[in-house]
Design a protein around this ligand. Structure first.
Ligand SMILES: Nc1ncnc2c1ncn2[C@@H]1O[C@H](COP(=O)(O)OP(=O)(O)OP(=O)(O)O)[C@@H](O)[C@H]1O
Ligand SMILES: Cc1cn([C@H]2C[C@H](O)[C@@H](COP(=O)(O)O)O2)c(=O)[nH]c1=O
Length: 238
């Protein structure tokens, strides 16, 4: 039987975490580092938010146009947004490209699940989204998820307010989006991510150091680079 690296020579690396914790900053630094070492990369930022009809609907939801939407139904829209990108992700991985995603399936489970208080219903949503995205839509599973967390609620509240001119936030028209506006949601999402178990394919990186000081972008990038190098060792692929 061929090894995974023969079937899929590329790598799928995801940067996950709560809103505004520095995911896109780290994704861009990782992309530069990989490219400086001769690796071809392709980046995605989920959800698309404007480039497709589904992304436009998601952008409208985040701007509050539909009010609160039942988490199970909302999860279907985010999953469909990823399905649109599936073919090009799979082709890139087959061609040996490192595909870097700012958010992926785990964000759907984290954000929709954080809106559900009942444990049984939340577990059903978790199963529904994993089944739909990985089994029905056959989205490739990540080789490595880097999950940014914070032990200081300060960074989870109002981080967007200082970023009115950030072009990646144009969809929100200068306001907090419907997820950012809820500190309860941000807290629950961060708790979910902090509770994930680390594995060779999942590495949590707290944005604060042991003394509670925010790590610099360079320090974060060095930690993430170490995790990426470890995950890309041939021995991790079997
Ligand atoms: N280590 C850091 N220290 C201080 N500020 C940072 C650090 N990393 C990123 N920032 C700043 O925090 C803000 C949010 O960063 P970034 O856009 O990378 O976060 P994000 O997690 O991708 O956000 P979103 O969830 O809204 O997409 C930006 O203004 C960025 O310059
Ligand atoms: C991919 C994905 C994202 N979300 C949530 C997470 C954020 O609150 C917003 C938009 O993300 P961005 O980082 O501001 O671009 O959408 C989600 O609920 N489900 C998902 O699959």
């Amino acid at each position: 039987m061929p090894s995974l690296s023969e079937i899929q020579p590329g790598y799928l690396i995801i940067i996950e975490g709560g809103d505004g914790l520095g995911k896109s900053t780290q994704l861009n630094m990782l992309k530069d580092q990989l490219e400086s070492q001769g690796r071809r990369t392709l980046t995605y930022d989920f959800p698309n938010k404007s480039g497709t009809p589904i992304g436009q609907l998601i952008g409208d939801f985040l701007r509050g146009r539909f009010g609160q939407v039942t988490p199970e139904f909302l999860g279907l829209a985010f999953a469909a947004d990823r399905l649109v990108a599936r073919k090009s992700i799979v082709e890139a991985l087959s061609a040996g490209t490192v595909v870097l995603c700012d958010r992926y399936v785990a964000s759907n489970i984290a954000f929709q699940g954080a809106k559900i208080a009942d444990d049984q219903r939340r577990a059903q949503l978790d199963g529904l989204l994993r089944w739909l995205e990985y089994e029905v839509y056959e989205l490739p599973r990540p080789d490595l998820e880097i999950v940014l967390t914070s032990s200081d609620q300060h960074y989870l509240e109002g981080a967007h307010l200082a970023r009115a001119n950030d072009p990646t936030r144009a969809y929100a028209e200068g306001q907090a989006d419907i997820h950012e506006a809820s500190s309860d949601l941000q807290r629950a999402v961060n708790l979910y991510f902090r509770g994930l178990q680390e594995t060779p394919a999942l590495r949590k990186v707290d944005i604060e150091d042991a003394e509670g000081n925010r790590r610099s972008t360079e320090e974060m990038a060095a930690i993430i680079w170490g995790a990426v190098m470890a995950a890309m060792q041939p021995s991790q692929r079997g």
